[in-house]
Design a protein around this ligand. Structure first.
Ligand code: C2E
Ligand code: MG
Ligand code: MG
Ligand code: MG
Length: 292
């Protein structure tokens, strides 16, 4: 390697390391509530049953409101949190915020729907998680069946012998378990069949363009078959196009989530949606899902 190139590489690598460690420091400060490094907040994306025109759930998605960088999305800090052991604190912070929001909605007499949270494998397997979950639920008076925990297929199926008993403990509290990003994790069907789960979230790569691509459609059919085999409800993620929605609905896949209906919204915006649902006259025409 020519000397100048080598120096550049070392210099770049060094500054990347520095940027990374600075971000870890800032993330830890934000997690500890130091507002100088911004705040972690939860937005919610509606999940709908298209056939019934109903809101069936909300997915909690964390955002980092950063003083210099603006809104930072999870893909740029969740992997960092996972690799530096901060993910449990983050997932618990989101859990507490979700329960606080739900308590507020319930106290305001709003028609609250179940909320899905994303949990990393490390959080699912954390030795304190059942005790902490029980405590947070009790503290806000939220029944376990109002929560669902999403774990990605790849994280769930790694060492299934550790995961399966923990999944059973979550379900004993009434919570539901969803396999997230399904279809992307090189499914080991035998491993999947070794623990009970409630929902398969079809990854958006098998949803987007399903109406146009025979290959995507074929893969979607396979996934739908797996859902039927395991008697799990299917929820299609990342729905953007009306044509894909029509295609899915024709095949009975009516539970969907995606920008076609709504991106993730602030808690205030969610209050607006829940109020609109509450205030509908009993004889009003059914809501179209676009109004949700
Ligand atoms: P995910 O759980 O698969 O969440 C879906 C992601 O797709 C979200 O990105 C959502 O905003 C985005 N999305 C929704 N509808 C559409 C659509 O129609 N088209 C496209 N292209 N994208 C759509 P987001 O919010 O950036 O989150 C990314 C990932 O970060 C999540 O993927 C989840 O794995 C992880 N994550 C988010 N919040 C948390 C958390 O509190 N804890 C943990 N451990 N992970 C989290
Ligand atoms: Mg998810
Ligand atoms: Mg997903
Ligand atoms: Mg994902």
């Amino acid at each position: 390697i020519p000397g100048s190139l080598q120096r550049t590489t070392v210099k770049q690598y060094g500054s990347e390391l520095l940027a990374r460690s600075h971000m870890v420091f800032e993330l830890q400060s934000a997690l500890d509530g130091d507002a100088r490094h911004g705040a972690l907040m939860v937005h919610y994306q509606p999940q709908v049953n298209y056939a019934q025109g109903t809101l069936i759930g909300l997915e909690a998605l964390v955002r980092w409101q950063h003083p210099q960088r603006g809104m930072v999305f999870p893909n740029s800090f969740i992997p960092l949190a996972e690799s530096t052991d901060k993910i449990y604190q983050l997932d618990l912070l989101v859990l507490a915020q979700v329960c606080r929001d739900m308590r507020g909605w319930l106290d305001a007499g709003l028609p609250v729907v179940p909320v899905s949270l994303n949990f990393s494998r490390r959080s699912l397997l954390h030795p304190q998680v059942i005790a902490d979950l029980t405590r947070v639920l009790a503290c806000h008076g939220i029944p376990g069946h109002m929560l669902e925990f999403e774990v990605t297929e790849s994280q769930l199926l790694e060492t299934v012998e550790l995961v399966a008993p923990r999944v059973a403990e979550f379900r004993a509290l009434g919570a539901r378990i969803a396999v997230d990003d399904f279809g992307t994790g090189y499914s080991n069907l035998d491993a999947i069949s070794s623990f009970p789960f409630d929902r398969l979230k079809v990854d958006r790569q098998f949803v987007n363009g399903v109406a146009e691509s025979e290959k995507v459609a074929g893969l979607f059919h396979l996934i739908q078959g797996i859902g039927e085999l395991f008697k799990a409800e299917l929820l299609c993620e990342g729905l953007e196009e009306e044509a894909d929605l029509a295609w899915l609905a024709q095949r009975g896949a009516v539970c969907v989530q995606g920008w076609y209906f709504s991106a993730a919204r602030t808690p205030d915006a969610i209050v607006g949606i829940l109020k609109a649902l509450r205030d509908r006259a009993p004889d009003a025409p059914p809501l179209t899902v676009q109004q949700l």
